[in-house]
Structure formats: C-alpha cells, structure tokens
Design a protein around this ligand. Structure first.
Ligand code: NDP
Length: 319
C-alpha cells in the first residue's frame, strides 16, 4: 500500500515536507500545488487553481501555507476535496479552525488533522498528558533557542540595520524554577532572553542599540543582548532556522513534588515541523480508511497510527 500525497504551498515547510516524503517507506509525492508557475524543484508542479481535478489521485494533501491569512481563507476548500493535514499555529483561533475544518471534511467524507507540528502539536499533546496526571499542576512552556520571525523583522525595520536576526533563549534559572515546582513565580518577561545579531556601520551602533532596547512590546522589559557582527559572520553563522523549547509540568502527589518535562532542540524548525506533519499524514490516511471523517486534533489521534510499523511490532518494541 502506498499513500499518494501532495503538497499545497511551497515555502520553508513545503520544501521540508517534500524532502521528508522521499524518506517514507509507504508514501509517494504526486505533486506540488502552488500559486506560482515556476518552482525550483524536480517534483511535478501544478497550478493550485486546478487542484480539484486531482481529487481521485491524491489520498492526503499537506497544507504548507501561511497561518496568518492563507489557512483561514483557503483551508476549508481543500478539506472539502481532500483529506488534509495542516500546522495552523494561531493558538487562539484553533477551536474555530477545528470547527470549520470539521464541517468541510465531514460533509465530503474526508479527514482533516489540524494544528500538527510541535507548538501546536507535540507540545499540545504533552500539555494535556502531563496536566492530566496531577490533581493540580503548574505548567510552564519555554521557547527557544529559536529564531523569532516577528522580532527579527522588527530589528530589520530600524534605520541603518542591514541584516538582523533575533533568538529567543529561555533563561536557565527560570527552567530550573519550573523543574523544582516553582513555575508559578516565572513570568514571560523574566523567562526569556532576547539575543540580537545585527549587521550595521560602526558609526550607527550606539543609536541602533538604544533603539532596540527601548522598543516597546518587543524588547522593553526583557533581558536584551545586542551583538554587532560583520556581513561574513552573519552569512556564516545565522542562516539557519533553529527552534525548540520545554513544556514543564509539576504537581504535588501525597506530599511529594513530581515533574514531567518534554523538550525539543531543533536545528531546523521547518524540517522538524514537516516530519511531524508527514507522520500525521499517515494517520489521516488510516483514519479515513477506517471509515472516520471530520476534523481531528493531535489529542484525538492514537499514536500508533503515526508509525509505519504495525501495532504488533510497536507493542514489542515500545510498550
Ligand atoms: P513561508 O512564508 O515560507 O511559506 C508560506 C507560503 O508562502 C507558501 O506556502 C508559498 O505558497 C508562499 N511562498 C513561499 N515562498 C515564496 C516566495 N519566495 N515568493 C512568493 N510566495 C512564496 O512559511 P513557512 O513554510 O516557513 O511556514 C508555513 C506555516 O507553518 C507558518 O505560517 C506557521 O504558521 C506554520 N508553522 C507551524 C509550526 C508548528 O509547530 N505548528 C512550526 C513552524 C511553522 P505558494 O507556493 O502558493 O506561493
């Protein structure tokens, strides 16, 4: 059995999904659907406007579109024609997205697995599992070390900044406090360091540093480090998209303090997000094959459906 997959949207995530599918024993990639006519890939590329004519040749469609506007505007139309897996990450709007995808998928006999990836995704699963274990719990999520696109954009908007990237780094003392059951004292501002790497002319450094540390919302209230570096060092050391973090949950049980921690250290955010999305693609296929339809969050998908191995093999290997 080979699962016939396709990708819609070819940015960082789309490229990583394409690469990931090449390594799957039970999947093939039928093509990539894009709004652009030409993409730099060997995979067949089709106009997204024609996607409905591929309904019968694709089992699972990976939605690799932006969360800001693409997914809210387009995802339900894809779910009406295909079983889909997305990584929609606007946390506050996930319940509404789930509801809209549920209706579109169920009405057409499809499955839509929503908001996979790592946060939302694997972090969400861990938040639910860990907090279910304790009668009362304290839960903290720390992000990083990772590139914050929003903060990097804010740096690049400052006059005189030629190149810039901002890493969000969780503070070790805050992580230790959460591990020790004192996470309630950890605040968002105190929990993360904002580290900026900037390319600019030397005569501008003092002014730019001042503009960064006094920028409201983005940097005021945080511990901020500003490092000025050369174009060459920037090109060598700051091209990647690392990310990751920790979900730490602690609780008291019969007078003892116990903690559960789930951590990720990702050298490439899109490569890892894609890997999770593709594993959920296998689950989408199997759920539909079992006669189920509608939307599923990561909380509702049994973990064995993600694995290429059989349940029997997993019972021996992992349980
Ligand atoms: P990109 O900005 O790289 O791509 C988004 C879309 O923009 C693509 O689908 C593509 O559509 C279009 N696009 C990409 N490059 C170009 C270009 N050069 N010119 C014109 N259009 C372009 O976003 P990412 O792939 O990095 O991320 C996608 C989403 O994944 C994010 O919005 C984020 O919400 C989500 N995400 C979720 C995570 C999770 O843990 N749940 C983690 C990380 C990301 P088209 O091919 O049609 O032009």
């Amino acid at each position: 059995m080979t699962i016939r997959t396709a990708i819609v949207g070819y940015g960082n995530l789309g490229r990583s999904v394409e690469e990931n599918i090449r390594n799957q024993p039970d999947m093939e990639l039928v093509g990539i659907f894009s709004r652009r006519a030409e993409l730099d890939t060997d995979t067949p590329v089709y106009p997204v406007a024609d996607i409905d004519s591929y309904r019968d040749s694709v089992d699972v469609l990976f939605l690799c579109l932006g969360s800001a506007t693409d997914i809210p505007e387009q995802a339900t139309a894809f779910a009406a024609s295909f079983s889909t897996v997305d990584t929609y990450d606007n946390h506050k709007k996930i319940p509404a997205h789930y509801e809209a995808m549920d209706e579109a998928a169920a009405d057409n006999g499809n499955v839509a697995i929503v908001s996979t990836g790592w946060d939302p995704g694997l972090f969400s699963l861990n938040r639910t599992i860990a907090s279910s274990i304790f009668p009362t719990s304290q839960q903290n999520t720390f992000w990083g070390k990772g590139v914050s696109q929003g903060h990097s954009d804010a740096l690049r908007r400052i006059d005189g900044v030629k190149k810039a990237v901002q890493y969000t780094i969780p503070r070790e003392d805050a992580i230790e406090a959460a591990r020790g059951g004192h996470g309630a004292d950890v605040t968002g501002h105190g929990a993360h360091l904002r580290q900026c790497w900037v390319v600019a002319d030397e005569s501008e450094h003092d002014r730019i540093r001042e503009e960064i540390v006094t920028m409201p919302d983005y940097f005021v209230g945080y511990e901020v480090e500003v490092h000025f570096i050369s174009q060459e060092d920037f090109a060598r050391d700051h091209q990647g998209l690392p990310h990751g973090g920790h979900v730490i949950t602690s609780g008291t049980l019969g007078g003892t303090t116990n903690a559960v921690e789930f951590s990720l250290a990702l050298e490439s955010n899109p490569d890892f997000t894609a890997a999770v999305q593709v594993a959920y693609g296998r689950a989408a296929y199997r759920l539909k094959d079992a006669g189920l339809t509608g939307a599923f969050s990561v909380l509702e998908v049994p973990p064995y459906l993600l694995a290429p191995e059989s349940l029997e093999e997993l019972l021996t290997r992992d349980v």
